[in-house]
Design a protein around this ligand. Structure first.
Ligand SMILES: Cc1ncc(C[n+]2csc(CCOP(=O)(O)OP(=O)(O)O)c2C)c(N)n1
Length: 183
């Protein structure tokens, strides 16, 4: 499992049931957007035959989207799941919680169709819409086929990742609930 940087990364860290050491490749600390896809390619090359998932955000994936060509060239079993909220979600969350909802440059007005973009690189692409009645089933269906794929998953743009440590704060100042942050 690899990730990029943002809300999707925190959700993976908080919710994915990791069982084996060294199976979570993520760019923490001074986290670098664009890390996820090349890291997934590296993981797939290092562990032949194993399925690798890269969970990314619509902002982060665009930072190294050209690596879809490398993925296609090597035809590696990497599934890129885009948590697509049409936002730089973690930036939006911080503007909401710590900057009195002064939103600036955190909402995308224009975003690509990542499934079509994948197809243009010769990689299978699919799209899960917010109205889907069976998103997990659709994701499982897309993952069932071998080879590389990009699954563009439309997300709610209002969700916040909690708990979180506020910028400049220490771990004992972790925010657990939304109302604490906005009080
Ligand atoms: C190269 C780089 N530029 C800027 C940042 C600062 N930054 C951290 S998270 C984030 C937003 C990430 O947005 P997205 O990839 O869409 O993920 P989301 O938070 O929506 O899940 C930004 C701009 C960074 N970590 N790396």
């Amino acid at each position: 499992m690899t990730t990029d940087v943002g809300q999707h990364q925190m959700w993976v860290a908080q919710a994915w049931p990791f069982r084996t050491p060294r199976t979570f490749l993520t760019s923490g600390g001074l986290g670098t957007m664009g890390f996820g896809l090349p890291a997934a390619i590296g993981a797939a090359l290092a562990a032949p035959g194993r399925r690798v998932a890269c969970i990314s955000g619509d902002g982060s994936l665009l930072m190294n989207i050209q690596e879809l060509a490398t993925l296609a060239d090597h035809h590696l079993p990497v599934a890129v799941l885009v948590f697509n909220n049409s936002q730089l979600g973690l930036v939006r969350q911080q503007q909401e919680l710590f900057f009195r909802r002064r939103y600036e440059a955190s909402h995308f007005q224009t975003g690509p169709n990542f499934a079509a973009l994948a197809e243009s690189f010769g990689i299978r692409g699919s799209r899960i819409l917010a109205e889907s009645r069976d998103p997990l089933g659709e994701i499982a269906h897309a993952l069932a086929e071998p080879g590389p794929c990009v699954i563009d998953i439309e997300m709610c743009g209002k969700a916040n990742v909690l708990p979180m440590v506020p910028p400049g704060g220490a771990n004992h100042q972790t925010i657990e609930h939304h109302h604490l942050a906005t009080a």
